[in-house]
Design a protein around this ligand. Structure first.
Ligand code: IMP
Length: 199
């Protein structure tokens, strides 16, 4: 309301045309491929949890876009909430320390919980969260992640609903950041290592 439409369109083109940005090495997974996978996951989850009380718990900040897309592909009644954790300090390597910044507001007691994550890397974050949630009396705790970097795993964690496997690259976009930037890129992109390597 009251916004200049042509200005908005120009801004969208600038943000979405990722290939013009020098910090981006390449598009690894296109927005179309991501949407297709999200649809597929939504259908499987809807079938698996039919008749059950399901709560989706999104892990902020990275999973906010995936959760928003996924929940609209789920056709059964579902509750949702977010938690916020931090395992990376402005860098590209996991610190291994998972800090709970914001806990959930809903009760998961007697409910089926699906943790919604952007990417599984070392697996430390999800391992920690799964253990924590299991102490709160849920009927089940499962994991759904849109991206997976299996080559980097430090703990053996089962990803029940897995989206797209990617190689060992630092990626940005579709909610994933580098130092809080690039979350708004619609495609999953490889960040140019020159952005974070200063040697
Ligand atoms: P893990 O505990 O090592 O599995 O790390 C999980 C979290 O690290 C994810 O939720 C992301 O926020 C972040 N992360 C892991 N790999 C990447 C990446 O390639 N780009 C951006 N964030 C990442």
């Amino acid at each position: 309301m009251g916004t200049n439409k042509s200005t908005n369109n120009a801004a969208n083109v600038a943000v979405n045309n990722v290939t013009n940005r020098s910090e981006i090495k390449e598009v690894l997974v296109s927005r179309e491929k991501i949407a297709e996978k999200v649809r597929e996951l939504g259908q499987i989850i809807s079938k698996d949890y039919e008749g059950k009380e399901l709560v989706l718990i999104g892990v902020l900040k990275g999973a906010f876009i995936f959760l928003a897309d996924l929940i609209r592909e789920i056709t059964i009644p579902v509750d949702m909430d977010f938690i916020a954790v931090s395992s990376y300090a402005d860098g590209t390597k996991s610190s291994g320390v998972v800090r709970l910044i914001k806990d959930m507001d809903v009760s998961i007691s007697d409910k089926h919980v699906l943790i919604v994550e952007d990417i599984v890397d070392t697996g430390l974050t999800l391992n920690h969260l799964k253990n924590l949630f299991s102490t709160r009396g849920p009927k089940s705790v499962k994991i759904c992640s849109i991206f997976d970097k299996p080559s980097r795993r430090l703990v053996d964690i089962n990803v029940d609903y897995k989206g797209i496997e990617i190689p060992n690259e630092f990626v940005i976009g579709y909610g994933l950041d580098f130092a809080e930037r690039y979350r708004n890129l619609p495609d999953l992109c490889i960040l140019d290592p020159n952005v974070y390597r200063h040697d």
